[in-house]
Design a protein around this ligand. Sequence first.
Ligand code: GLV
Ligand code: MG
Length: 335
Amino acid sequence: MKLPRQFYRPLAIGAPEPFRELPVRLERMIHFVPPHNDKMRAKVPELVRQVDVVLGNLEDAIPADAKEAARAGFIKMAEETDFGTTGLWTRINCLNSPWVLDDITEIVAAAGNKLDVMMLPKVEGPWDVHYLDQLLAQLEARRGVTKPILIHAILETAEGVKNVEAIAQASPRMHGISLGPADLAASRGMKTTRVGGGHPDYKVLSDPGGDAPRQSAQQDPWHYTIARMVDACQANGIKAFYGPFGDFADLDACEAQFRNAFLLGCAGAWSLHPTQISIAKRVFSPDPGEVDFAKRILAAMPDGTGAVMIDGKMQDDATWKQAKVIVDLARLVAS
Ligand code: GLV
Ligand code: MG
């Protein structure tokens, strides 16, 4: 059963009311920073001017003996930086880890009024979101946090994919879901050592016969999951994101993977390396030629109904809606 946003309220007295509608923000790239690294942290004030979201990562890629330092570094970064309109997120450790309770309690206590979103890894079902939702409600009430901290789930286990619709509708705090292709590959028993992207052996061959050599074409192993995640998110008014792309040297493949996600309905992707920031900015902003064409559709059908021909192509109520998606995004990028 789908819970309307206003139904599932935090129970704590004094907790902020959950958002009825999500704040509309541009989140083309979620840029990951390892907060225990002083050199990387020193770059955050400059990063804030380049990216839509800065995320302090506490989970995978942070060594076990640096978990406390990463948490302390994130709090310092939150306290010392003026984020302006740039989003501030953290990825906490997973719910059965020894670090997560301190991640949640210490961060809400010290940075609850600056934090926009908590990214929750390895979400397997709505129960994981409910746990964090209630904990946040208690801590927000106790610490006088005035706006609810949103939850962003990573879809990175086979069980999570099975339950993706229930996860998307688990709480009015749900901000969105990201694909986590590395953990998901392991959980599914996929035979790869890559972080996202294609694989040269995942392909189809053209039929044999004739004189021409058989052609092979690589396929996108993430197509099914991205499409499923986008449907679950859009049906519940939240946003879908592609996650990490691990081959920092292959900018073309990163761009192709991000573009597939954008065309399928994702709002953004993670950037793990500075070179991926400009790729995400370009890919997740609508193409100017497409925006011009979309504006012509809106202008030709002022009330959004009927049928017209533009440059030999049929337009009707449905393409008016498609055009509106593109023009709305262009407006957000321009604002
Ligand atoms: C991200 O966390 C992933 O596992 O791909
Ligand atoms: Mg992961």
